[in-house]
Design a protein around this ligand. Sequence first.
Ligand SMILES: *[C@@H]1O[C@H](CO)[C@@H](O)[C@H](O)[C@H]1NC(C)=O
Ligand SMILES: *[C@@H]1O[C@H](CO)[C@@H](O)[C@H](O)[C@H]1NC(C)=O
Ligand SMILES: *[C@@H]1O[C@H](CO)[C@@H](O)[C@H](O)[C@H]1NC(C)=O
Ligand SMILES: *[C@@H]1O[C@H](CO)[C@@H](O)[C@H](O)[C@H]1NC(C)=O
Ligand SMILES: *[C@@H]1O[C@H](CO)[C@@H](O)[C@H](O)[C@H]1NC(C)=O
Length: 365
Amino acid sequence: MYVSNTGKILLFLLLLPECTLTAPKGAHSIWLLATYIEGQTPFPEYSYVGMLDDIRIMYYNGETKTLHPRGNTTAEDDVFDSSLLLRISDYIYTHFKERLAVAKLNLNKTDRDLVLQRLVVCELRDDDEPGQMITRDAVRGSTTDELQYVDNNFTYQGTLNVSPYVLKIHLEDSKHRHQFLYRPYCIKTLKGYLEKRRNQVNRKVKPRVRLIQKANSGSGGSRVSCLATGFYPRHINLTLFRDGQPVSDHEITGGDLLPNDDGTYQMRKSLEISRADKRTYNCSVTHPSLDNKLDVTLELEHGEPFKSVIPSVLTVLALMLLFGAAVAITAKKRRPADFIKNVSSVSTSEENMDSNSVLMCDDTK
Ligand SMILES: *[C@@H]1O[C@H](CO)[C@@H](O)[C@H](O)[C@H]1NC(C)=O
Ligand SMILES: *[C@@H]1O[C@H](CO)[C@@H](O)[C@H](O)[C@H]1NC(C)=O
Ligand SMILES: *[C@@H]1O[C@H](CO)[C@@H](O)[C@H](O)[C@H]1NC(C)=O
Ligand SMILES: *[C@@H]1O[C@H](CO)[C@@H](O)[C@H](O)[C@H]1NC(C)=O
Ligand SMILES: *[C@@H]1O[C@H](CO)[C@@H](O)[C@H](O)[C@H]1NC(C)=O
């Protein structure tokens, strides 16, 4: 199956709900998600993705040491200083190499693949001043340490198993780079991209919403699904009603936010009901693009049996994860072949939604 270059990188990004970074209202940010993999995998040893809010703006391949901008690149040639970015890329690579040495001291020899990740976020507040900057490191999907830079104040939290002396040197160096290189560069780049892409990041696109019922041949009952797709930004509230009362969360499956490949999002919530169930179902959606809530009533579907694709996907790999973001990896103790097998580009067209693809990783093992 086909997995795009960017797709590959997305595989490394998982949503860790407990580690959330939330941007204040009105703020915009640049995100850099870097991954270093040691071991036999089909992925570049070192690579990263750069984003403006949830919009991919570039991909870096550490094997070829090349930057691949995304989008209207001719208009954005002057937005970032690529020679400086390549230098920063090398710093991050060196950092990974150092981390690797530390990580190996604490790991079993039998563990074959080792994945290190770094997330860097810088924010521009709506008053055009730099907000927080965060640099978070992870080994095998668990955060090891984090440096936060707000105003001119650094806060460091970490569990690195190194001597205080080594840590101090490392930190001084890191703070210096944040102050004089990373943040000024990140903010300047962010301002440049915002100038070019303001309409894209501030756009509001209405969801298309449907409430459908399909027979479930397995149980003899049926499944009621409320689907919203094509919306932007990603914030949405989607509620299923039964006889006018909200259906409680524990009865509902789905609810994951999934990306469409045009940069919009989709969400689906489903409910299994019995054949005898004659109650009425509604679905209600609120979204920043809508002045009022949108109520949708049930339509009956004939046709193919329901294919339960999305609910089986526990782990959704996508850009939106950045918002709950943290860095994690699915490659744990998995052979490359398994790794690939678990990756698929799933079409949602079985629900007559768009034929947009979403990249997912079935992490049920
Ligand atoms: C690319 O940017 C240029 C300059 O801003 C603009 O004229 C052009 O329409 C853009 N092209 C696309 C495909 O967005
Ligand atoms: C190494 O592996 C052994 C056996 O699987 C396990 O008991 C031990 O906790 C592991 N040590 C570390 C540091 O992961
Ligand atoms: C720096 O941040 C820490 C943690 O947020 C806070 O306790 C401390 O007072 C701050 N120091 C200054 C000088 O702002
Ligand atoms: C459900 O749909 C019915 C019929 O359109 C409507 O009268 C009712 O207000 C809706 N209920 C909710 C909670 O949206
Ligand atoms: C969703 O509901 C919560 C709680 O009622 C509300 O604070 C939030 O603004 C809503 N979000 C949207 C996008 O409507």
